[in-house]
Design a binder for this molecule. Structure first.
Ligand SMILES: Cc1cc2nc3c(=O)[nH]c(=O)nc-3n(C[C@H](O)[C@H](O)[C@H](O)COP(=O)(O)O)c2cc1C
Length: 186
């Protein structure tokens, strides 16, 4: 449907289609969104992550990370997370507000066992993420299942901004049990 952005329902359908595509397609700009958190000191922080799963029925997203990374500490002190991306082909900005939880240890062991040796290389490592190094070569790769964490985001709100030629359309979808959408001023 080419004019999906003219109706609320089709706009939300389009977002979930794009999220589903992002999981499968490495070229999708929604595969690598910006994930924003609030730090222990109250300061905002943001970084690019890879979206690993998107489940419409549960209103949930997943990201994998090193358990020792700052974003995990941020989530432990403030679970509010916003995920944001710009999709140039769809002329669409997507902003997703959520509450994040952290899974690690035995809960993520089946995932670790399903990962290739190459994929495992980014979880673990000495010293821990963000620690100072005398030189980049002083970092040692030590894959460790104890350092894999899965961040799960329960979505509370999706906001879209479609930049159209004749007008811009901004919509806000809030999730309680079901999704409730409304247009708002761009
Ligand atoms: C394209 C791209 C994809 C990335 N994907 C991830 C990811 O899925 N998980 C992750 O922890 N870091 C990922 N990173 C690295 C983060 O952006 C960030 O530098 C790192 O996780 C440290 O962030 P933190 O100190 O805020 O925890 C990615 C970076 C880029 C450029």
């Amino acid at each position: 449907m080419s004019d999906w952005y003219t109706e609320l329902d089709s706009t939300l359908d389009q977002v979930w289609q794009l999220l589903g595509r992002a999981i499968r397609d490495p070229k999708s700009p929604l595969r690598t969104p910006v994930m924003a958190t609030v730090g222990v000191d109250g300061a905002p922080d943001a970084r690019v992550v890879v979206l690993r799963s998107a489940t419409r029925s549960a209103g949930a997203l997943e990201v994998y990370t090193d358990r020792r990374s700052k974003k995990v500490k941020d989530l432990e002190s403030c679970p509010s997370v916003t995920i944001c991306a710009w999709l140039p082909k769809a002329d669409l900005q997507v902003r997703i507000k959520s509450l994040g939880t952290i899974a690690s240890g035995s809960e993520v062991l089946p995932l670790w066992q399903s990962m290739s040796e190459t994929a495992r290389r980014v979880y673990g490592g000495v010293p821990a993420p963000g620690m100072l190094l005398a030189h980049p070569s002083a970092f040692g790769i030590r894959p460790d299942p104890a350092d894999l964490a899965v961040l799960r985001f329960a979505i509370s709100e999706i906001e879209t901004l479609h930049l159209g030629r004749e007008m811009h359309r901004r919509a806000r979808f809030q999730r309680d049990n079901a999704w409730a959408g409304a247009w708002c001023a761009p």
